[in-house]
Design a protein. Structure first.
Length: 253
């Protein structure tokens, strides 16, 4: 097999998954460790991947948009694991903000079971409906223009309200995260709300199942930050963990 053909196949693998290891590539192509290292070095210079210890990460893995109802059915065990982990960062009486989406909805259900008094800010109608029935919870729905597909509020009315608020933590549930592109989302109106809630919070806690790591959505929310916490499930590869650790980014499962 010629070098160009082998390198194209490496990129094809990385288009379907976030990482590859040197060991699996040497076995797949029946070539030496040094040959694979040269391939990865070449592809990194082209901006097609990022080399890490023992392998490489995809730099161009785009994530397609799926609707809210479909997302509620995807990766449910992983989202529950992440939501349970998030509880340890909360205390009775806290004032927090919850993002829209399926992972944040899992957390909302657990909040009702685990706490008696909280103040929660959200732009999500489903999350408001989950939390508003809990005695002792003060729930603030941002209002604004309604996005039926995402069942969330947005626009200048929502942003004006958020800018008047302060919360101890914002639980951000983005569509994608990568070292190359940062935190990203598909819906422009939701990006604006997420940025406003990040600015209103003392602490940002990112909730993302392992399938979202080293992928990109169409719109950048913000850069990855060492001051954020990143909660995920136990399905994340060691290659990604190592690369994020080297970037001083704290992944917790």
């Amino acid at each position: 097999m010629f070098a160009n053909e082998r390198r194209n196949k490496i990129l094809e693998l990385l288009s379907r998954r976030p990482s590859v290891t040197v060991t699996e590539l040497t076995g797949l192509f029946q070539v030496s460790l040094e040959t694979i290292r040269r391939d990865l070095e070449y592809l990194e210079k082209q901006g097609a991947l990022k080399r890490v210890h023992g392998g490489a990460l995809s730099m161009r893995r785009m994530q397609s948009y799926t609707g809210l109802s479909e997302r509620f059915a995807e990766h449910q065990p992983e989202k529950r694991q992440i939501a349970r982990a998030a509880l340890s960062y909360l205390h009775e009486g806290d004032r927090i903000a919850l993002d829209a989406g399926s992972t944040a909805s899992e957390l909302a259900h657990l909040l009702c079971d685990s706490f008696q008094e909280l103040t929660i800010v959200t732009a999500s109608l489903p999350i408001f409906e989950i939390l508003s029935g809990k005695p002792g919870f003060q729930v603030i729905l941002t209002g604004g223009f309604y996005l039926p597909g995402e069942k969330a509020f947005c626009g200048h009315l929502a942003l004006d309200m958020i800018r008047q608020l302060h919360v101890s933590a914002f639980f951000l549930a983005p569509s994608a995260l990568s070292l190359n592109f940062g935190i990203s989302e598909h819906i422009r109106e939701l990006v604006e709300v997420q940025r406003a809630l990040i600015a209103a919070a003392d602490q940002v806690i990112v909730l993302a199942d392992s399938s979202k790591f080293e992928t990109c959505a169409a719109l950048k929310v913000c850069d990855l930050s060492p001051r954020f916490l990143y909660l995920t499930d136990d399905g994340l590869s060691d290659e990604i963990r190592d690369a994020w650790k080297k970037a001083s980014l704290d992944i917790i499962d």
